[in-house]
Design a protein around this ligand. Structure first.
Ligand code: NAP
Length: 283
């Protein structure tokens, strides 16, 4: 049976450490502050925003939330980002996704000043990651690497398979794994023989948003499985959140596995705090 990687506990410990660091920089006269921009009309986004505010409060970071109604336009969001860029009190700006379909996420995210881009999604910060220059790295892949480094302090030479190639999770994660000297394979919706390729993985990370897609025949015995997926389903008349991995099936064969919820999700929030602190302190 697999070891369960307790993301909730690990994120909690990491946030305690961030809290201490926040106290230190406050003594130096810096008040770290993040602006959360929520133009998403998806009800889950408000839940994610309130979790981020709660954790910011815990670690001592000021969070300011800007919400938009359903009649807001891309120009309204662009105007706000411009104001936040010019506001010296604000160190970090997060544009909550998903945005409604009439918004172009990449255009809006690229309006964020790269030195306030807390999720590392501007083209400049993504380019820095891919060229090996220091910059801000997306929170979820950083959280995944934190968990992996606990299970495998030495990742070099391992075969890591990443399912999903989004610019927010799959691509930056593959780059971080490559930087850690893994042999990396990326799979996506057009890939073939996925189960077979996944079975050759020492480390398997799924970020595709397909409930229970990864079955036990995808897993090499003893492999480490990180489930980034967050999928809402209805089962036996009840609403549930499940990952991309069929946890019950995979639990008996994997060496270590993250649960959903309480796996990667809390690590994403923790790294949002980490990146805010970094922007307040280093830039
Ligand atoms: P996304 O932008 O929709 O990207 C999904 C990726 O999965 C795409 O690359 C897509 O391939 C691939 N894919 C879709 N169906 C597939 C299939 N049947 N087989 C193989 N690949 C498939 O999603 P995302 O933003 O990366 O998020 C992915 C999941 O992670 C979602 O459930 C999201 O809610 C979750 N998430 C969780 C956290 C967290 O903190 N826990 C953070 C971010 C995201 P193509 O490129 O070919 O279309």
């Amino acid at each position: 049976m697999a070891e369960i990687i307790d993301g909730q506990r690990i994120a909690g410990e990491f946030c305690d450490h961030i809290r201490d660091k926040v106290q230190e920089i406050k003594k130096a006269g810096i008040e770290p502050c993040i602006a959360l921009v929520n133009a998403s009309q998806d009800p889950s986004s408000e839940i994610y925003v309130s979790r981020k505010m709660k954790m910011a409060k815990y670690v001592g970071i000021t969070s300011l939330v800007h919400r938009f109604n359903s009649d807001a336009t891309g120009n309204d969001v662009a105007d706000l980002i411009g104001k936040l860029n010019d506001d010296d009190r604000i160190h970090a700006i997060l544009l909550q996704s998903p945005l409604p379909q009439n918004f172009v996420f990449r255009e809006l995210v690229n309006l964020i000043r790269p030195d306030k881009d807390v999720d590392g999604l501007t083209t400049l910060n993504q380019g820095r990651l891919f060229s090996g220059e220091p910059g801000i790295i997306p929170c979820t892949p950083m959280g995944v690497m934190h968990l992996l480094n606990i299970v495998h302090p030495q990742l070099a030479g391992m075969h890591a398979v990443v399912l999903g190639r989004s610019s927010i999770v799959g691509r930056p994660l593959a780059q971080l794994l490559l930087n850690a000297d893994c042999t990396v394979t990326m799979l996506h919706s057009r890939s073939k023989n996925m189960a077979e390729i996944c079975r050759s993985a020492d480390v398997l990370v799924s970020a595709i948003g397909r409930p229970r897609f990864v079955l036990k025949n995808f897993i090499r015995p003893g492999a480490t499985v990180i489930d980034v997926g967050v999928n809402k389903i209805e089962e036996n008349g009840a609403r549930k959140i499940v990952g991309d991995v069929d946890f019950d099936g995979v639990f008996g064969i994997a060496g270590a596995i993250t649960p959903v919820p309480k796996g990667v999700g809390p690590m994403t929030v923790a790294y949002l705090m980490h990146n805010t602190l970094k922007l307040a302190y280093c830039y």
